[in-house]
Every structure is written in C-alpha cells, then in structure tokens.
Write a protein that binds this ligand. Structure first.
Ligand code: SF4
Ligand code: FES
Length: 246
C-alpha cells in the first residue's frame, strides 16, 4: 500500500504504525515514550501528526496509529506544530526539571503556560516505560503508586525492593532521565539499593550486577556468565582453532 507523508510517497504494510513508516522513509517525528522494544505505549502524545484518509485531516498519535488505508500525512503542519507545542508545554509543567523536555519545548516553540500552585517538580512524565521494562524484561520491582498529583513511580512502600536485581533497564528506557542510577568501579546503586558489579574475567568490562547475572542464568538454566560477549566469542574461536587447526 502507498501513503503520502509530507508529499513523499512511502510504501507500507496494512496495520504498520505510522511512526515506523515515517522513520523508515527518513521523515523525523519527535517521540518521548516510544521505545522499539516496548512498542504500543502511546502516552506522551509528542508524536502526533495530521492524517487525511479522505474525510478531512485529523490529529492522531503516530506511534500507535496503524495504517488501514491510503492516506496523506503531515508531520509538521501549522496545526501539528501548534498542538505538539501545547503537549510539550503541559509535559514541561509535569516535569520542569527534565532538560530533554525543556530542549524540545525550545525546538518546537512550546508556549509558556501560567504557573501551577503548588509548582510541580521532578523529571517524570509518568509515561510508564520504566514499569513496563521492569515487568517485561526483568522482575516487576517498581510500579505506579498514589493517585492524581501524588502519582509517581516507586518501589513498594518506597523501601529498597526485595526483588530488584539492579539491571538498570528502567533507567535506560526512561526518556527524561528521571531514575537516578549511580555507579562506582565496584557497585551500582538504584532505587535505594546498592549492588556489586561483576566484570568480565578476561577483559574487565562490566557484565552487570551479580543478581542480574544470576537471574539471567536461572532463566536459561545455565551458570552465570563470567566473560563478556566479545571474550566469549574469542574463547570459542580459540577452542575451534585448537580442535580443527588454523
Ligand atoms: S520514570 Fe521515566 S520511564 Fe518511568 S514513568 Fe517516569 S518518565 Fe516514564
Ligand atoms: S511517542 Fe507516541 S505517544 Fe509518546
């Protein structure tokens, strides 16, 4: 099927998400809560675009909009810029300490909105990517707690989690750097808990926390890794060379 994005003809499959088709064709659309490994989020609305399927243009959220029929799409029309600017202005209200959102507000001309009382603080936009990453990729150690303006992401009772393995997936997927993760040469600290880091026995590169490696090993029914991927491949190549000769 062919669709037109900003005047460019793009080929796509029925049901493909608009954002993916645009990106594949080199047409940029800004995103915050989109992550390729955790698709279908659709919460920040920064990726909105204008779509006309023959019945007049409408605004849709491109990262979760499946293409069903031929259409024309505008990713940077005046209406899109105006609505995206307003979305960003509201996100800046929610997360005034996020430098990424502040930068996007400047880039997309977000309007200044009146101050809220009490003023919000922090960087979190409550997109939910971190809790999904923790549940789908790891152990489900964090969740959304409280309601309304008190809503936040936390471990149960704000205590160091008993199940967290310190993998850092939540901090890695967070689009606004709202989850503090600190590392020394030996340790990683996240959600109020400090983990011992394990390094590759050959090259010394960080492999992860001890708990993270033990969980991964348990899931595949193997012993925890002691070598990084590169050293493991090198060791395997050496064994093959020893067995079969060069
Ligand atoms: S901490 Fe980050 S990933 Fe989690 S909900 Fe907040 S902004 Fe989204
Ligand atoms: S990136 Fe599409 S809704 Fe957040």
């Amino acid at each position: 099927m062919n669709i037109t994005i900003n005047g460019k003809t793009c080929t796509c499959e029925k049901g493909e998400f608009l954002l993916e088709v645009a990106r594949r064709n080199g047409i940029p659309i800004p995103t915050l809560c989109h992550h390729p490994a955790l698709a279908g989020q659709g919460s920040c609305r920064v990726c909105l675009v204008e779509v006309d399927e023959g019945r007049g243009p409408k605004i849709v959220v491109s990262c979760v909009y499946p293409i069903q029929r031929e259409c024309t799409v505008e990713t940077d029309s005046e209406r899109v810029r105006r609505e995206r600017g307003m979305v960003l202005a509201l996100l800046r209200k929610r997360a005034p300490e996020s430098r990424r959102i502040a930068g996007m507000c400047r880039l997309y001309g977000a309007p200044e909105l009146p101050r809220l009382t009490p003023a919000d603080t922090g960087k979190c936009i409550l997109c939910g990517l971190c809790t999904r990453a923790c549940t789908e990729l790891s152990v489900g150690a964090i969740s959304t707690v409280n309601r309304g303006v008190l809503k936040e992401i936390a471990t149960p009772y704000h205590e160091p989690s008993t199940v967290c393995v310190g993998c850092g997936a939540c901090a890695n997927v967070c689009p606004t750097e709202a989850i503090p993760l600190t590392e020394t040469a030996e340790t990683r600290t996240i959600w109020g808990k400090t983990f011992q880091l394990v390094r590759c026995a050959s090259c010394g590169r960080i492999l992860g926390t001890r708990e993270e490696l033990e969980l991964a090993a348990k899931r595949c029914g193997q012993e925890p890794e002691t070598l990084c991927e590169r050293c493991r491949k090198a060791a395997t190549a050496q064994i093959l060379a020893d067995v079969y000769g060069d």
